[in-house]
Design a protein. Sequence first.
Length: 473
Amino acid sequence: MSETVDVVVVGAGPTGLALGIDLARRGVDAVVVEKADGLFPGSRGKGIQPRTMEVLEDLGVLDEILALGGSYPTGMIWQDGKRVAEHKMFDEDEVKAASAGSAFNVPWMVPQWRTQEILFGRLEELGGRVEFGREVVGFEQDEETVTVRFASGPEVRARYLVAADGGRSVIRRTLGIGMTGETVDPDPILVADVRIDGLDRDNWHVFPPSGDGEVGYMAICPLAGTEDFQLVAQFPEGTAIDLSLDGIRKVAAARSHLSPEDITEVRWASDFRPRAALADSFRSGRIFLAGDAAHVHSPAGGQGLNTSIQDAYNLGWKLGAVLRDGAPASLLSTYEEERRPIAAQMLGISTGVHRGEIKRGAATVQLGLGYRESSLTEETRADVSDVRAGDRAPDGTVEGVRLFDALRGPHWTLLAFGTEAPELPESVRVVRGPAPQESYGTGLFLVRPDGYVGWAGGTSTGLAGYLTRLGIR
């Protein structure tokens, strides 16, 4: 006996959970399926960039993210058991300058396992669900549906399937979609969540390689909001890494002033080879790829989890519009059109940070990303010096109202600054204010549900046609 839903999301990582939330608040009947018996237990993607903070605020989880996370500590470089220098993990001035028009001007640290717990709680709050222990073993699609089969339990029939099942995506491989990329670094890396005695939590502790090159790099970062540290260590190519407590103790003792017994517990450990890869396509028929299933990053740039959540944010409103609001199915073609170039750009940044070619700063906060070249973007003004169609809509205050409070939710919003707003469908919220407005100037700005300006004009000419094209009634 099979179950029928609107959307099956495969994978209960940050991407799948964020998409589940977005679909649930739009009234889309979706189920998130996960082959593991529970949520991922490690800290892996711990950095949340300012743009993702804006997304998480819209999804209704910001208060918990702020309460259970923390700011990045200053790096402390050690040599021969002594503190020798401090190191800023990112260019604070550059980040703050790039964060104009946002309430968030620094990256925020939350271990991935905790981010997933927060997202999972929000999904359940909205009536969504995750089915654990559901391993996909096959699927078929036709012109109307996708049928998904599992190792155990009934099959599920859906209008669409979203593969958010990680870098080794079973869905992507079964579809035969290739990944084009490169090995960023041939040297394997150990990452582990550990408990440590005798090391302060005020610094990100960095232990450079020894001069003879026999002992590699190690860094130990206190994980905000927890009692844990994340330990990262690099090894020569071909090394078999010991993930046991004894193995990690030996690494820490060999590369720092810590003694083996200072590592009191290993809570999670893994090893990987940094690589960068991009799926050749983000869609096949009724199946979409999102997150690591579509792009795999070096963790150095702090871009993977952030780019992945924003994949979900882009796809969620489009699925909702097609399934619930009568938008044309062609809208879904813009997911790959918009997200694949962004993913490619962020892969380049991640790789550049890993290799020391790009610093963490304006390039990594993701606030300047946009969709000016998208087929969904219409800029009708000839001379534009401020925000234009395709750009992220900046935050601000208009007549005592915070713009992001007005934008929050699964609706479109028209910002009318010094220009008369036309009659619009009830589904479009209107915010009026005098001109010029900071960042915007004068004009009409139709903001998409994901916070980007879809249409902009000096008058309302052309706006009605745009709304009709998008199926906004």
